[in-house]
Design a protein around this ligand. Structure first.
Ligand SMILES: [Zn+2]
Length: 183
């Protein structure tokens, strides 16, 4: 597969991470798996979209550095300058770091200051607005490269409540809307 074909279907309007200051390119052709990485099949061989992206641009991975890691911590990102090759121990250290972040300090960072955050406030707002305009959470999850659960948490205000926007929470809605019998 050539570079142009491969990158023609990515969403170049992905989240902007602290590391790169550039937007992630989200792989949209296949859905992300449990860990967020997107599987692809090429020439009968199964691989991962970000690995393929790296190899298409930089050539085959070497035995010394057989893993492709994300500078941006966004598993569905395939932007070449957000990727780098690493050793197996680099990869393991990276996994341990992410696991620690998701278990430990996860709740002490608000919103986009969280080191593992893939979103910025304006995108959370965009997700809420688009969802209240009738866009499906499934489609938003695909476009923003985050899980359906994460989209649902955003829409219901279980996460990023401080950002505001239209929040689909039955309790909040009752407080804000005029009761039916008074209309
Ligand atoms: Zn990225």
């Amino acid at each position: 597969m050539d570079i142009e074909t491969f990158f023609s279907t990515v969403n170049k309007n992905g989240p902007c991470t602290d590391t790169g200051k550039t937007r992630c390119w989200i792989w949209t052709k296949t859905k992300p798996g449990k860990l967020g990485y997107c599987r692809v099949r090429i020439g009968g061989k199964k691989t991962l979209a970000h690995r393929l992206a790296y190899e298409i641009v930089n050539g085959e991975l070497t035995k010394e550095k057989p893993c492709v890691l994300h500078k941006c911590d966004n598993p569905s990102c395939v932007r070449p300058d957000h990727l780098f090759a690493g050793t197996i121990s680099d990869n393991n250290a990276d996994k341990v770091r992410k696991l620690r972040q998701s278990r430990g300090k996860a709740h002490s960072f608000p919103g986009s200051t969280h080191p593992a955050s893939h979103l910025i406030e304006s995108q959370v707002l965009e997700i809420r607005v688009r969802c209240s305009n009738g866009e499906r959470q499934k489609d938003l999850s695909f476009q923003f490269g985050i899980s359906k659960q994460a989209i649902n948490d955003i829409v219901r205000g279980r996460r990023w409540l401080h950002v505001g926007g239209p929040i689909h929470n039955s309790r909040i809605r009752v407080l804000n809307e005029t009761p039916r019998n008074e209309r």
